[in-house]
Each structure stands twice: as structure tokens, then as C-alpha cells.
Design a protein around this ligand. Structure first.
Ligand code: ZN
Length: 302
């Protein structure tokens, strides 16, 4: 039996779905209010015999434990498999030395981003140097709660602010270059902070982990106005949506996602109580981004 089949056979679909939907027995099956569309009369049915579910109401969706868990938690298949396997005590194929090394490097890059986000955030909140950044965000009417929720930050007007801070924490220059936070000049070999004198906007994945940064110039003479982290093993801008980690719940509840142009539009919308708002990464919307959103709704407003 393959791992997928084994997870399926060891997971009780009624028990899993009961964690999300209040089910009542109806003959051999179970019925409840569909979690994927708004309804008053239960038309969502779970079939223990076949370990499947189906909505006979407006959304007409259905499937097995995986499709339910993916849609409900907003996961892709491999994420859902990993979590359900863990719960069911099924061992997935043993890791190879290469995959273990890749996992470790990925964890390290995520740790670096977490540490960098905290460093920038602290500078925006507390530092004397960050005064003009605080004035800028106040001028854009970003309140303190939004500033916290999105963990905005400030990058010093210096070549080695973040670099010194993170090298002190035993990360190497190579790691920081790989994370996209330092730039290495090929001709001279000099290594310095990518983001300088900018308002820092952490970019997070669907699970809320910081994977990159956007940075807005504070000096009107600085170009470009917005500078993003480069493509890294954590960050692919064509498959990332800004704000999705904080918007996903509201997108599902409203059954609608509103897609705006920039970071500041997202901040402002969320601050005014419209939490189902996300933004692209300064490029045209991609198929990968829409696929990601489709885990939460099929209704998009541009
Ligand atoms: Zn439904």
C-alpha cells in the first residue's frame, strides 16, 4: 500500500470532518451545514463507507479526506499529506541525506528572515534613526495596530546594519546573500545590506512565515521606489500574494477575494476592516497566484 492509501485508510473521515462541521447521523451517512458555501439547510453529506464527502447544495464540491483537508486548511496536496500522515502515524518515504540538507538550509533561511523582520521592526518602533520612518507611516495613516499586525520595519541608512546584526548571531555572509538580504558585488567582492533607509514590509507565506521583504524608499531621490527581495529558494514572487496569511480566513468567510495593486492598499484595506484583501507582487497576476487563491474562494474582484 502506498503512503497516500495508507493515510486514507487510517484516517476516519467522519472524525476528521467533525472537527470542522457539526454532523448528524442520517441513515448510513452523516449530514451537516456545508463549510464551503453559505447555507441554512444541511446539504453536506459524509459517506463513511467510501470515506468520501459531497455537497449537494450550491457549491457541489466533494472528494476524500485530502481534498477536504486541503480546502479547509488552504494547503497544497503535499502539505496535507504530510500533516495527515503525521496524525495517522504513517511514515512517509525516509528522508535522503540530500533532502535533509535541503530541509535544514530552508529552516535556516526561514530563521534568518524571522530574525531580520524582528530587527527591522524594532528599529521602526524604538530607534532614534527610525523617526522619519515613523513619521512617514503616520503620514500614510498606518496605525500602530496595523504596524504590529504586518510587522512593518525600518532599514537603517547604512551599508552594514543588518549585516552586523545577523553576523553577530552566527549566520554567515553566504547564508545572508543566499537569503537575498545582503548583496555581493562580483567585481570587488564587497558585501552589504540590500535594503537601506527604507520602510520594510515583510512578505509572508500562507502559513505566516516571513519569506522575503518589500521595501519602500523614504528618500524621494532613491530609486526604485519599491525594492523587493530577489528570487530565492523561499521566495517566488509569481506564486506569492501579499497579505494572504492574514486574509485567508476572511476570504473564506466572505467567499470572495479582493486583489489590489500594492502593499499600502492591503494595509489600508485591512485597517479599515476589509480583511479579504491581498496584493500581487508588482507584476501581472499569474496562474500560480490564482491557483493559490482558489484554495479559499472562486470569486475574485480586481
Ligand atoms: Zn457546499
Amino acid at each position: 500500500m502506498g503512503a497516500v492509501e495508507e493515510v486514507k485508510s487510517r484516517t476516519d473521515i467522519v472524525e476528521l470532518i467533525s472537527g470542522y462541521v457539526s454532523l448528524k447521523k442520517a441513515g448510513r451517512n452523516y449530514k451537516g451545514i456545508c463549510p464551503f458555501h453559505a447555507e441554512k439547510t444541511p446539504s453536506f453529506v459524509v459517506f463513511p463507507d467510501t470515506q468520501t464527502w459531497h455537497c449537494f447544495g450550491a457549491c457541489g464540491t466533494g472528494g476524500d479526506v485530502f481534498s477536504f483537508f486541503m480546502q479547509r486548511e488552504g494547503l497544497d496536496f503535499s502539505e496535507a499529506l504530510r500533516e495527515l500522515a503525521r496524525r495517522a502515524g504513517v511514515l512517509l518515504s525516509p528522508p535522503t541525506p540530500q533532502s535533509e540538507a535541503a530541509d535544514r538550509q530552508r529552516e535556516k533561511l526561514l530563521d534568518i528572515h524571522t530574525a531580520a523582520a524582528q530587527y527591522y521592526h524594532h528599529l521602526l518602533r524604538q530607534s532614534k534613526e527610525g523617526t522619519h520612518a515613523r513619521e512617514y507611516s503616520a503620514g500614510r495613516e498606518i496605525n500602530s495596530e496595523t504596524l504590529e499586525r504586518f510587522q512593518l520595519g525600518y532599514a537603517l541608512d547604512a551599508w552594514d546594519g543588518l549585516k552586523d546584526h545577523l553576523l553577530d548571531r552566527a549566520y554567515t555572509e553566504d547564508d545572508l546573500v543566499e537569503a537575498g538580504l545582503l548583496v555581493k558585488k562580483e567585481e570587488t567582492g564587497s558585501i552589504y545590506d540590500r535594503f537601506r533607509n527604507r520602510l520594510i514590509i515583510p512578505i509572508r507565506d500562507t502559513q505566516g512565515r516571513v519569506i522575503a521583504f518589500g521595501a519602500r524608499a523614504l528618500d524621494p531621490n532613491d530609486v526604485p521606489k519599491y525594492l523587493n527581495s530577489p528570487q530565492t529558494s523561499l521566495f517566488d514572487k509569481s506564486s506569492t500574494l501579499y497579505g494572504l496569511d492574514l486574509a485567508k480566513k476572511s476570504i473564506r468567510n466572505n467567499d470572495r477575494a479582493i486583489i489590489v495593486e500594492g502593499y499600502m492598499d492591503v494595509l489600508s484595506a485591512h485597517q479599515h476592516g476589509h480583511a479579504n484583501v491581498v496584493a500581487g507582487m508588482g507584476t501581472a497576476l499569474t496562474e500560480a497566484q490564482l491557483k493559490l487563491l482558489k484554495r479559499f474562494t472562486k470569486n475574485f474582484v480586481l
